[in-house]
Design a protein around this ligand. Structure first.
Ligand SMILES: Cc1ncc(C[n+]2csc(CCOP(=O)(O)OP(=O)(O)O)c2C)c(N)n1
Ligand code: SF4
Ligand SMILES: [Mg+2]
Length: 301
């Protein structure tokens, strides 16, 4: 694993952007672009990332970037990848990067089709667990119990989809999950994905102070709590082989998860959650954690 001191010093994010103070997205994009050494073309749908990127002629990154329609990120990436192949420039990574709304919900059709064709691009879903750019509406990624502007009274009543499993079922060469609070985990996964041909999917947990309602200075801590409580689990699936990675691997080997309440109580979006829902969420996390541990055949080798 790359250490923080070994990360390249070159920057592909320019000083200043329009995201909120403390936004996890800028942290994530910074390390993604370092791992790709800036040799990429991005396709991005309407989202907080578009806002972060800036409006022509202003840009907050030094790489080519195409804004796509909300459902079309993966279709546009397929086209760019075909164009680069025709130009014999396949050393340039096509990076499709969409929010959870642009992945789980409106973007899933184009993504599923591209995965079936094993189109040659890297898709990163940055997951802030709601439609943040339009004012925090619930998405297919929003956890049960979360209050959003469309679930304002008792919180969301449905459990989120498991996008990692959905992509795993497409049998693409690489699926991984990561979190901006662990930049070297993110960096290593993007670096590995860069070298693989075909559709690669990385799921990136991005804490959002505005929508999750916590103090902007706590973004890294909130992401760490997500992993340490098992709300987010770090893993990769390479050619069908599943491995827990980084902090999750260490927790599985010689630690134990923190109680979920430590993570939930640090954010106002879970405010006044019922004890029944809390219990249900903790049971779900425990069960899923056991499933992940038994799925990793490399853990105690
Ligand atoms: C077809 C279509 N429907 C709705 C919108 C409005 N819209 C723009 S961004 C957005 C939310 C995006 O949410 P997500 O993908 O999770 O990214 P985030 O804003 O959270 O970063 C919506 C609903 C749109 N641009 N196009
Ligand atoms: S709403 Fe959240 S994800 Fe969007 S820019 Fe603000 S902090 Fe970042
Ligand atoms: Mg979102």
């Amino acid at each position: 694993m790359t250490s923080i001191l070994e990360l390249p010093v070159d920057e592909y994010m320019l000083p200043g952007n329009r995201s909120c103070a403390g936004c996890g997205l800028g942290i994530g994009l910074r390390y993604i672009l370092k791992a790709l050494e800036g040799k990429c073309v991005m396709t991005v749908p309407a989202s907080c990332l578009t806002v972060l990127g800036g409006m022509y002629p202003v840009s907050s990154v030094s790489v080519p970037w195409i804004n796509s329609v909300f459902p079309g990120t993966a279709a546009m990436a397929s086209g760019v990848a075909a164009g680069l192949k025709a130009l014999k420039k396949e050393d340039i990574t096509v990076l499709a990067m969409a929010g959870d709304g642009g992945t789980y919900d409106i973007g899933i059709q184009a993504l599923s089709g591209a995965a079936e064709r094993n189109a040659n691009f890297l898709f990163i879903c940055y997951d802030n667990e709601a439609y943040m750019n339009t004012g925090t509406q619930r998405s297919g990624a929003t956890p049960k119990g979360v209050k959003t502007t469309t679930t304002p009274i008792i919180g969301k009543m449905h459990s989120p989809k498991d996008m990692g499993q959905i992509m795993e079922a497409h049998r693409i060469p690489y699926v991984a999950t990561t979190c901006v609070s662990y930049p070297t985990d993110l960096y290593d996964k993007v670096k590995k994905a860069r070298e693989i041909y075909g559709l690669r999917y990385i799921h990136l947990c991005v804490p959002c102070p505005s929508g999750w309602q916590y103090d902007p200075q706590n973004t890294v801590t909130i992401g760490q709590l997500a992993v340490e409580t098992g709300a987010v689990v770090l893993y990769e699936i390479e050619n069908g082989v599943f491995r827990l990675t980084g902090r999750s691997r260490r927790l599985a080997k010689d630690g134990k998860l923190k109680p979920l309440t430590e993570y939930l109580s640090a954010q106002k979006r879970f405010g006044n959650i019922s004890s029944d829902t809390l219990e249900e969420l903790q049971e779900y996390i425990n069960k899923r954690w056991e499933e992940f541990i038994s799925k990793d055949k490399t853990l105690f080798e």
